[in-house]
Design a protein around this ligand. Sequence first.
Ligand code: ADQ
Length: 489
Amino acid sequence: SESPERRPIKQRLLVVANRLPVSAVRKGEDSWSLDISAGGLVSALLGVTDFEARWIGWAGVNVPDEIGQKALTKALAEKRCIPVFLDEETVHLYYNGYCNNILWPLFHYLGLPQEDRLATTRSFQSQFAAYKKANQMFADVVIEHYEEGDIIWCHDYHLMFLPKCLKDYNSQMKVGWFLHTPFPSSEIHRTLPSRSELLRAVLCADLVGFHTYDYARHFVSACARILGLEGTPEGVEDQGRLTRVAAFPIGIDSERFTRALEVPKVQEYIRELKERFAGRVVMLGVDRLDMIKGIPQKILAFEKFLEDSPEWRDKVVLLQIAVPTRTEVAEYQKLTSQVHEIVGRVNGRFGTLTAVPIHHLDRSLDFAALCAIYAITDVALVTSLRDGMNLVSYEFVACQNSKKGVLILSEFAGAAQSLGAGAILINPWNITEVAAAIGQALNMPAEEREKRHHHNFVHVTTHTAQKWAEVFVSELNDTVIEAQQRIRI
Ligand code: ADQ
């Protein structure tokens, strides 16, 4: 084998996201314990074997003192992570404010929160200023660690300004940006006071990626209508400079799930769950407790189904596992009580002394329990009002090779474009339609279930997270090389 000295040095990939894939807990003045989260992007980047990846992002904790910052930086370095330290005021205005109160609802077509709509409108400028300042803080850390030849992959709506900050510093940096949420119709984007500045900042990237062609198309038409730029099949052109825009649908690390099903602990869970729900058909919802996931709509549809189908009342159970997020935000607290109220009503109406139709849990499950629950489910219900992709639908399919259960999937999730042929597609706003889809799923002949499952399983196991990252990164690399060649000609 080659000696380490002679092995070619790998090109470096700097992955910049709002959150580092770790949770950090302070154990003392200069000591930290770190827990790397295994899901999502972390698995995806295992596929990028030609590059050596480093992470840059916020560790999710406030560390005001220098001793704490130094110790955390050192601990993170062992995990190839580099922290960006954000003060509390910035987190409040940038993260809770501009990112989660303005961009998140807007990109999901929800509009500003009703109650404080005017207050939000008034504080808009200060939140946008904090957003730009925070993006510059991320850029400063990238610049500090940048070496010639590195490529930089910026993630999500938190960092739309970052491509501009980086290119202003060094136009030769190779910069890509990927959006994990939908990009809305240009008519929605138009309402944003900082609409043009944000679009121009994103266009500084060499490659801009979305989950679906629709989102990419919305972005290109926003650039055409709002900035007056020309959209070509390749992307957006501004004074001879092309920003490539394309769809890169994300996937999951499907083997992580199929392998987990072989683990004794998971099999033990599967046995327990099967015993617990023996004689009942299991329906499942797994979501972050967020407005976009359409959880109240899902439960109302289930209620309608029970109303219309008395014969199913004691034969079916809905497990709704909803992990709380952004719990400090009033809107999310309201959603939690709304969900609890509807669940209580349905269980009161249709429960018996020995069984209730809905088991609702406000918490996250560990990976083993999650796989087991996916595996014993007969019908999964994904009712997102809007969702960039929705990976829960992919995870369910990956765990269903013995059961071959049915996926009911919102047409407003990006996943509808890839799993649409195997799933039953629904409009989550139409409760009657979703209730009918539940009936269709529960009565589906085995042969049809198998056919539909097979279609989706092939997709999920071939369009993996690793492939997604590999394709984006190699296209990013090529895009810049092409651009340089064009200039030389
Ligand atoms: P999310 O909105 O978080 O992601 P999703 O893609 O479904 O949505 O991913 C959620 C992840 O969290 C899954 O891996 C799931 O297993 C896990 N999860 C959710 N609830 C859980 C629970 N109760 N217990 C344990 N785990 C739970 C954003 C966008 C999506 C896009 C992804 C990736 O909103 O549209 O698909 O990024 O780009």
